[in-house]
Design a protein. Structure first.
Length: 151
């Protein structure tokens, strides 16, 4: 009975030492997890490169990066609840101040306007869409925003 007790005590002390070691490593920033929230469509091009870069660097290797595909409103909720460390939305707007978040622009989308080749706008090198919207609104061909909402 004394031996069994001694074995269990030694095991418990070993577990306690391991817990202290892991806690100290996490406090020093040597290990841990960074919970990442992202919008799928917005991040599909750059997230794989970021993950590959982060997981191949020796400094970051001991860290875990749980990835969560969530829309910005859910990312905000996750920040409020402490379930998210990093978010990649398009923008949080005014809510950033509420949660004391900092943001940095890391990627710009390239968006193109496509029109049929026979359309009058297709022949132009540059199109002023504000001017087109005003013309369309004035002629009754569309809404002030330049579209009727139907495709």
């Amino acid at each position: 009975m004394g031996r069994t007790f001694r074995v269990e005590i030694d095991r418990l002390w070993g577990d306690a030492d391991a817990a202290v070691r892991v806690t100290q490593q996490e406090a020093r920033g040597e290990i841990g997890a960074i919970s990442v929230g992202f919008m799928g469509p917005a991040m599909r091009l750059i997230l794989p490169r970021m993950v590959r870069y982060g997981t191949t660097r020796a400094v970051i290797q001991p860290w875990r990066f749980p990835l969560h595909e969530v829309m910005p409103d859910r990312q905000m909720a996750a920040f409020r609840e402490g379930r998210l460390n990093v978010g990649f939305p398009r923008s949080f707007g005014e809510q950033m101040q509420e949660l004391c978040l900092a943001e940095e622009l890391i990627y710009l989308d390239r968006i193109v306007a496509a029109v049929p080749a026979v359309h009058a706008l297709a022949a132009r090198r540059r199109v002023n869409f504000k001017q087109q919207a005003v013309s369309a609104a004035g002629s009754g061909r569309g809404s002030p925003r330049g579209h009727s909402g139907d495709v």
